[in-house]
Design a protein around this ligand. Structure first.
Ligand SMILES: Cc1cc2nc3c(=O)[nH]c(=O)nc-3n(C[C@H](O)[C@H](O)[C@H](O)COP(=O)(O)O)c2cc1C
Length: 190
């Protein structure tokens, strides 16, 4: 019997999504649960990530999932889409049914498509029978953020050159999302 873990799966070309992934990881770990951070790169591309490439086994055995992508023309980046297109076996066996999941995203501009990117990432998770969680408005910063942070998931607005750090609001909302995911996993596995 292995210890339950939450898979934090992301693609990041320039590091912005990775920053969000690390806040989500902190939120997960604040509950005592393990976060397994894995990147998702194109097969032919050398990864710059400090984290290993995700495997199907990582996905199959997780107790919950946080998935992050840059906004690429308003939707998830192609390496993540290609990864999901390799999961038909897990879909057929129902490996992910009933497991909780959250999504996160970074765009360069404020209205550049973060929310549609989150929704595009939600679709394969729903097809797999996962239970999607967002950020509730009881998180006060959701009312006051002037950059990222949405009820559909954590977001960051990185600027034209990807040179904006996460704002305190973006950080806290990503942390809260990771914590909520982990607490839900703990409730379901009690
Ligand atoms: C192919 C491509 C398409 C993009 N499309 C959008 C877009 O539709 N809207 C937007 O605001 N930013 C867009 N961007 C910018 C990225 O979403 C933004 O730089 C993001 O913060 C990158 O995250 P990363 O640093 O984790 O790679 C695009 C970037 C690329 C490379």
């Amino acid at each position: 019997m292995t210890t339950p873990y939450i898979l934090v799966l992301y693609h990041s070309r320039h590091g912005s999504v990775e920053q969000l992934a690390l806040q989500i990881r902190k939120g997960i770990e604040s509950t005592g649960l393990e976060a397994k951070v894995r990147s998702c790169e194109q097969a032919e591309r050398q990864s710059d990530s400090m984290y290993p490439q995700v495997t199907i086994e990582d996905l199959k055995n997780c107790a919950g999932l946080a998935m992050g992508s840059p906004c690429h023309f308003g939707m998830m980046a192609s390496p993540l889409k290609a990864f999901w297109e390799s999961t038909s076996t897990q879909w057929l066996s129902g490996d992910l049914i009933g497991k909780p999941a959250v999504v996160f995203s970074s765009s360069s501009s404020l209205h550049g498509g973060n929310e549609s990117t989150l929704l595009s990432m939600s679709l394969p998770l729903l097809h797999h029978g996962m239970m999607l969680l967002g950020i509730p408005y009881s998180e006060p910063e959701l009312h006051t953020t002037t950059s990222g942070g949405t009820p559909y998931g954590a977001t960051h607005v990185a600027g034209l050159n990807n040179d904006h750090d996460l704002t305190p609001h973006e950080k806290n909302l990503a942390f809260a999302l990771g914590k909520r995911l982990a607490q839900t996993v703990q409730l379901l596995n009690r």
